[in-house]
Write a protein that binds this ligand. Structure first.
Ligand code: HEC
Length: 153
């Protein structure tokens, strides 16, 4: 008797999980089939690929971070970037009006994977004639500080 119940239970649970899982996958498939061709049509929802997940900047600019970020930027970025002018790479001025904070940090920390997988980074590489953004091996703290500095440009 117990054996029968157990078999029944396994069958029910198995059916519920299998059935539920299946239909969820189908749902996702259906949704992605309906989604527009370019999932990053809006930069506002693109956080890039890398260690940094979507986050919001506090309203107030943190001046200590800015000072640290400026130092890092001047030491490791100005060979290719000018604040207000296109140089070897793009000008970071007003970057947060066209990129999300996480995207910018992922571009700094993980440029190799970004240019392979992120549609906007891929396009940048084309726009800059194939010259890639260099990984300067910043720590996450340094990248965060540079981002804060960019807010003041
Ligand atoms: C050897 C040159 C070089 C150095 C050094 C360099 N970059 Fe770049 N960077 C580029 C190029 C070229 C691009 C655009 C092409 C690409 O992304 O493939 C770029 C793109 C970027 C972007 C994306 C800009 C946009 O408008 O979307 C950010 C952000 C960035 N760099 C930040 C930095 C920071 C911060 C540093 C210093 C830690 C740095 N870069 C150092 C060459 C460089």
């Amino acid at each position: 008797m117990k054996g029968i119940y157990l078999t029944f239970l396994i069958a029910v649970v198995g059916f519920a999980c299998g059935g539920g899982g299946q239909s969820k996958i189908d749902q996702i498939k259906e949704q992605s089939a309906m989604a527009p061709a370019d999932p990053y049509a809006s930069w506002e929802s693109n956080h890039g690929v890398g260690p940094i997940k979507a986050f919001e900047l506090p309203a107030e600019v943190d001046q200590i971070l800015v000072t640290n970020g400026k130092e890092v930027y001047e030491a490791k970025c100005t060979a290719c970037h000018k604040a207000e002018k296109r140089f070897i790479g793009p000008a970071p001025k007003d970057i947060l009006s066209r990129r999300t904070p996480a995207w910018v940090m992922n571009m700094i920390l993980n440029p190799e994977e970004m240019v392979q997988k992120d549609p906007m980074a891929k396009q940048l590489l084309i726009d800059y004639n194939g010259s890639p953004m260099a990984n300067q091996n910043l720590t996450e703290e340094e990248a965060r500080a540079v981002l804060e500095y960019f807010r003041t440009l």
